[in-house]
Every structure is written in C-alpha cells, then in structure tokens.
Design a protein around this ligand. Structure first.
Ligand code: AMP
Length: 216
C-alpha cells in the first residue's frame, strides 16, 4: 500500500499514519519527523530547515525532497509506505510522482483528512509528543496514563515549539495557501479520497479503513 495523507496541521495525520503503518506493515514516513530529527542533530540540513519550522513556514521543496528521497530509497519502503505531511506543495506532488515512476510503482491514493479550524487548533494546543519514540498524545482527548510520561517507552512528553499559538496561525496560513493545488493535483488524477477527522479517533480510523479497502 502506497498512500499519502493530506490535511491541515493538527488534523491527526501523524496519529492516523501510525495506525495505518502498523495495520498494513509499511513504514510511516513523516517529513516533519525527519526534519525534526535533523534539527536535533544540528546537521547542515537541520540548521537550514530549523528557522522555517520555528516560524511556521514550509521548508523549501529542495530540502524536503532531498530528505524524503533518501528515506524512500530504503529497502523497507519497497512494499509500500504511508506518507504523512508530504507532499505539501504541487511541486512536491510532481517530484513524488516522478520518483515513483522511476521505481515503477504508483501511489494508490491521497487521503485528505478533514476537520474545521477550531477543532485542529484545539488539538494542536493540547498535543504532547514523546521525545524518544515520537508517540503522540493529547492532554484531554488522549492523555498518557502518567502525566508527562510516554505509555509506550517511558520517554519524556513535550510540547512542540511550533504548536505555540502564534506559530499555529502561520502553519494554518501556509496550509491554506499551498494545499489547494496539491488537492487539485490528486483530484485531477482520480486519486483523491476524503475522510472526516472531526470526530473520535475510532471513527476516523474506520473511515480510513473503508476508503483504503476500495483502493488499488
Ligand atoms: P509536521 O510535523 O508535518 O507538522 O511538520 C512540521 C514542520 O516541518 C512544518 O510546519 C514545516 O515547517 C516542515 N515540513 C514538514 N513537511 C514538510 C513538507 N512536505 N514541505 C515543507 N515543509 C515541511
């Protein structure tokens, strides 16, 4: 299975991708996670990307494509993947299509997770993430058993700096500006599917499974 999850920041792409990755035994490829790991390592790419991320802007296509390309070339991606947060621009969608053509494979679908801005802002402000294994929690909707500690690995839970209110506004603005052409790109190719992510996680996951059962 080869799918891309689209949708605004805070809609739940990371959480849903995590479940789908486990259920279908394919890697979860999050460009946001890859970039955060480069920033933490203070690699040259991380140093360049960090400023954009802190301000809530998109990282230039060239940097994101470079990091994704090397990851997608991995042996574990041969049987499929769940892309989370890529593509975010029409140019990235084009590059993805070219890369896949070279590997003689195709995207099965691009699934747009949908929820209104009030909901996504609420999700972002309560979001907490594990420093060690990147598991995602929410203070109210999906709390860890012990406050501040990851259920899965015991790691520290922290709030992403770009989940601060001002940065969230910038990220939503970037989404509003760039997502239209990406959605249109997949719609024109008959690959776009939509799933409501307004309700409980279980309902969203059921919607995902339903959509995926009709793909490819
Ligand atoms: P995410 O974890 O998907 O919310 O991404 C966090 C941040 O990483 C975004 O706000 C962007 O600054 C950057 N980023 C992640 N994926 C992309 C992408 N495909 N294109 C450009 N910037 C990205």
């Amino acid at each position: 299975m080869r799918i891309a999850l689209l949708g605004p920041p805070g809609v739940g792409k990371g959480t849903v991708a995590g479940y789908m990755s486990k259920e279908f035994s394919v890697p979860h490829l999050s460009t946001g996670e890859m970039l955060r790991s480069e920033v933490a390592k203070q690699s040259p790419l991380g140093k360049e990307a960090g400023g954009y991320m802190d301000s809530g802007a998109l990282v230039p296509d060239e940097l994101v494509v470079r990091i994704l390309d090397s990851r997608m070339g991995g042996q574990d991606c041969k049987e499929g993947f769940v892309l989370d947060g890529f593509p975010r621009t029409a140019a990235q969608a084009e590059v993805l299509s070219e890369t896949m053509k070279r590997g003689r494979v195709e995207l099965d679908g691009a699934v747009l997770l949908q929820a209104g801005e009030t909901i996504v802002v609420g999700r972002l402000s309560g979001r907490r993430q594990c420093r060690e294994c990147s598991a995602i929690y929410h203070l109210r909707n999906q709390p860890s058993k012990k406050e501040g500690v990851c259920d899965r690995c015991g790691g520290d839970l922290y709030q992403r700096t770009d989940d601060a209110e001002g940065t969230v506004r910038e990220r939503l603005a970037a989404y509003r500006k760039e997502s239209g052409p990406v959605i249109a790109y997949y719609e024109e190719r008959g690959l776009l599917r939509k799933v409501s992510a307004e309700g409980d996680l279980d309902v969203t996951l059921a919607g995902m499974r339903e959509v995926l059962s009709h793909l490819g």
